[in-house]
Write a protein that binds this ligand. Structure first.
Ligand code: ATP
Ligand code: MG
Length: 472
């Protein structure tokens, strides 16, 4: 065999055997040779690559960017990440080969498929964010545990609720907390446990909405060794068993599917559980607290909640009033959370009086949770140390204006002023408010919907000094 022939065979074997994809072009970028694994990476087999120029291949989107084009342009070795038409991520390295005159006569490129690595990286990122979420949840749980003494109990109605909870805590009766989302059902349930004789024992909180129906029995009742595939080898106690001597808190009880309600009722009646796959039952001593933001009696009427379970739970029901029915709490909660978030973010912000007016006027459909989130947002986003009402979401600003308007009209009517005097009074108040909130007459003009010279004239007419009011 000729030496050249042998070399050709060797080269062919090399290209064929390589795990990397190898493409060889001449100095013009025309493909001379390509590995047989091209189709897996580029979606085009090697025979249809041969004879084409890399410029054509890039234009056809087979690969981009082409490392060979870059090598020809830059006249040196190049490494680049490519994305191929088959959706792979490929690390390509192009190497120029020169003749004696220093001209590029060949470009050899090696492409290494990194798609799996890329996927791994994405999975890792996802895992990391999940971890971070769990971490913040753990922090939140810890905070809640210590946070009891930090509850804001200001208005008459919440004081009454608090006292009722403390009284009921001493008995061992079942309690169900009712109330809209975010009113504080969970914090009151924990307070009830802390105020009870079982205070030193465990408090097991079960979010009924979060357990899939198929896992309910094994989660709640536990299971014996080897009772089903995927189960822990040694068996596992259920949540009810863990609550022995302590308190079992069934949160979001309205979410329980009917078959599960039946199973739960049986346990509540007998006060004993049998693990899945077990024979012997074990008696458990626990105090039951439940909570829901749904109307359970209505659900009973609609057949969505078992009446017998309802009666068993509903021995004592405590309804926590929504925030809009206890407006005194809003001011105190706002200051409480302001301080908390100031500490958390190392800030020293404070509310302008009109901002508090706005917060009190809002009716908080998401209750304390919504208020808490709003204050956190204000602490983070307000540009100045004073939190002005213009930092509030637009809908809250509107509510505040409507509210103060109707108060104003009532007040003016009471003083039986003429319409003309009343209009002037409104104008003065509005101007004063603008002067308090804004630093320049231009900003005031924009807020009032007037032009600036008009604003200056009106301020002069009523003797309002924009500067002395600017920090009120
Ligand atoms: N009186 C209060 N003082 C201070 N913080 C409170 C008060 N009431 C509720 N919170 C806070 O408001 C948030 C919502 O409370 P919680 O989770 O107890 O509400 P919930 O009624 O269980 O809501 P959901 O029905 O959505 O589960 C929590 O962060 C809690 O710490
Ligand atoms: Mg809750």
């Amino acid at each position: 065999m000729e030496k050249l022939e042998i070399l050709e065979i060797e080269l062919d074997a090399l290209v064929r055997a390589s795990k990397d994809n190898i493409v060889i072009t001449d100095g013009e970028g025309i493909v001379l040779r390509a590995s047989p694994n091209s189709s897996a990476i580029y979606g085009t087999d090697s025979s249809s690559l041969i004879g084409k120029t890399v410029i054509e291949l890039e234009a056809e989107n087979v690969l981009s960017p082409s490392v060979t084009i870059m090598v020809l342009k830059e006249r040196k070795e190049v490494q680049v990440m490519q994305h191929t038409s088959t959706g792979r991520s490929v690390m390509a390295t192009g190497i120029p080969v020169y003749d004696e005159a220093g001209e590029i006569i060949r470009v050899i490129s090696f492409s290494h498929d990194l798609t799996e690595l890329q996927h791994l990286k994405e999975d890792y990122e996802e895992l990391r964010t999940t971890m971070e979420r769990y971490q913040s949840e753990i922090l939140e749980i810890r905070e809640k545990d210590h946070g009891l003494e930090n509850m804001v109990i200001k208005s008459k109605s919440i004081q009454r609720t608090w006292q009722l909870v403390q009284r009921v805590a001493k008995s061992d009766a079942s309690v169900v907390f009712l109330g809209e989302s975010g009113v504080g059902k969970n914090v009151f349930a924990r307070a009830l446990h802390k105020g009870s004789q079982r205070e030193k024992e465990t408090f097991i909180e079960v979010n009924c909405g979060a357990i899939p129906e198929s896992l309910f029995e094994s989660e709640m009742f536990g299971y014996e060794a080897g009772s089903f595939t995927g189960a822990n080898k040694k068996g596992k106690p259920g949540l009810i068993e863990l609550a022995d001597k302590g308190t079992l808190f069934l949160d979001e009880i309205g979410e329980l599917p009917l078959p599960v309600q039946a199973k739960l009722l049986k346990v509540l009646q007998e006060k004993e559980v049998t693990r899945v796959g077990g024979i012997k039952s074990k008696s458990i001593d626990f105090r039951l607290i439940a909570s829901t933001n749904q109307d359970l009696s209505e659900m009973v009427k609609q057949g969505k909640f078992r009446q017998d379970l309802f009666y068993r739970l509903n021995v004592i029901s405590i309804t926590i009033p929504p925030l809009r029915e206890r407006k005194e709490d809003i001011t105190m909660l706002s200051h409480y959370y302001l301080q908390k978030f100031n500490e958390k973010y190392g800030m020293s912000k404070f509310f302008h009086a009109t901002t508090i007016e706005g917060l009190v006027a809002h009716d908080w459909p998401g209750n304390v949770r919504e208020l808490q989130n709003m204050i956190e947002r204000l602490v983070i986003t307000a540009e100045t140390n004073t939190i002005y009402p213009d930092s509030l979401p637009f809908y809250i600003q509107q509510e505040r204006l409507q509210n103060t308007d109707s108060l104003l009209i009532e007040e003016l009517e009471e003083r039986s002023t003429t319409l003309r005097e009343a209009l002037e009074e409104v104008e003065i108040r509005w101007l004063k408010r603008a002067a308090r909130q804004y630093r320049t007459t231009y900003e005031m003009a924009e807020y009032l919907g007037l032009n600036q010279s008009n604003v200056v004239r009106k301020l002069k007419k009523y003797g309002i000094n924009a500067k002395t009011h600017s920090n009120a």
